[in-house]
Design a protein around this ligand. Structure first.
Ligand SMILES: [Zn+2]
Ligand SMILES: [Zn+2]
Length: 286
C-alpha cells in the first residue's frame, strides 16, 4: 500500500508566491539578479513538477502589490500555447515584464517597508476564487510562500494578524523564507497557519533552500528531517506607535495594546484608571 501523502495522485498544488521587491534590494551589489532568478527558477520548478500544479506570483514593494503571474489578460495566451516549455517561458516573460513596470522607483527608500500583508491578502482572495471556480473540475491544494528581504516594523501588525487568522480559517498554510535576519511578525504567521518559517543569511542559499524545504507538500514535510522550528516571537505591536513591545497595557474592553499607560483607548474610547500595574504579555511560545 502506498504511503498516504495528503495529496492524492491527480491532485495539484496551487502555489501563491509573495515576493518582496523593495527598492532596498538594489542597494546590494549583484543581489537583484541572484534573488530574482532564484524566485523565477523556483516558480518554474513548481510548475514542472506536475502538470496539475498551478502558480500565482504577487510582488510587493513599499507602494503597491502587483500580480506578476498570471497577468490580467494573460489567460488567453496560456491556453493557445500547448507544451510545458512554452508555459514556462510565458511565466518568465510575464514576471519580468510586470517587474520592469514596478521597479521604476528611487532606490533610496528606507523608511517604509513592503506591503507584504496586502500581498498575502490578495493571495488568499485568489486562492478562494480559484477554489470556487475550479471545485467541480479538479480538486487543488493551495499554499502561500512569502519571500521577504526588507527589514520589518510593526506598522502592518493588524493587517498581518487578520490575514493569518483568515489563512488559518481556510486551511491555507503560509510558508515564509526570510533573507538576512529574522522577521517576528511573519514567523507568527507561519506558526498560526501551519506553514514553515526559515531564515537564511546568504542569497546564494536561496534557490537551494526553496527547493529543499518549500517544494514538499505540508503533509510530506512531516516525514522529512527538517531543522527543528525556532521558538516563535509572539510579541504584539502597540496600537499607538506600531512598535513590538515586551510589556504593555491591554484595553480590558477591546484588547488593544498600548506601550504605556494611556487615559483613553483610542480604539473603543473606554476611559482607564491610570494607576493600574502593567500587564505582562506572552512573549515566547514553543
Ligand atoms: Zn506605543
Ligand atoms: Zn479599547
Amino acid at each position: 500500500m502506498p504511503p498516504s501523502t495528503g495529496i492524492m495522485a491527480g491532485e495539484g498544488c496551487l502555489l501563491v508566491m509573495v515576493v518582496d521587491v523593495h527598492p532596498q534590494l538594489a542597494l546590494h551589489e549583484g543581489m537583484v539578479q541572484s534573488y530574482l532568478s532564484s524566485c523565477i527558477s523556483f516558480a518554474n520548478f513548481h510548475l514542472a513538477t506536475s502538470v496539475k500544479n498551478r502558480l500565482a506570483v504577487i510582488a510587493a514593494n513599499h507602494l503597491e502589490t502587483r500580480f506578476l503571474y498570471p497577468q490580467k489578460n494573460g489567460e488567453k495566451a496560456d491556453r493557445q500555447k500547448d507544451g510545458r516549455l512554452e508555459l514556462l517561458s510565458h511565466v518568465d516573460e510575464s514576471i519580468m515584464e510586470e517587474l520592469r513596470i514596478m521597479m521604476y522607483h528611487d532606490a533610496k527608500v528606507e523608511q517604509t517597508e513592503s506591503l507584504i500583508s496586502g500581498a498575502i491578502g490578495r493571495g488568499l482572495l485568489y486562492i478562494k476564487r480559484h477554489e470556487r471556480e475550479d471545485q467541480i473540475v479538479n480538486k487543488i491544494h493551495a499554499r502561500i510562500l512569502v519571500i521577504k528581504i526588507s527589514s520589518d516594523t510593526g506598522s502592518q501588525y493588524l493587517n498581518y494578524i487578520n490575514t493569518y487568522l483568515t489563512a488559518q480559517k481556510i486551511n491555507t498554510a503560509i510558508d515564509v523564507c526570510v533573507i538576512g535576519g529574522d522577521c517576528g511578525l511573519l514567523q507568527q504567521g507561519a506558526d498560526i497557519s501551519g506553514g514553515y518559517y526559515h531564515s537564511i543569511q546568504d542569497m546564494s542559499q536561496l534557490l537551494q533552500s526553496l527547493i529543499l524545504m518549500y517544494q514538499p507538500d505540508i503533509s510530506v514535510r512531516k516525514r522529512l528531517n527538517a531543522p527543528p522550528p525556532d521558538s516563535v516571537d509572539y510579541r504584539a505591536a502597540c496600537f499607538c506607535h506600531r512598535t513590538l513591545v515586551d510589556m504593555g497595557n491591554v484595553c480590558s474592553n477591546c484588547l488593544s495594546v498600548y506601550c504605556k499607560a494611556v487615559p483613553l483607548c483610542s480604539t473603543c474610547n473606554v476611559i482607564f484608571q491610570t494607576d493600574r500595574p502593567l500587564m505582562k504579555l506572552p512573549k515566547k511560545k514553543k
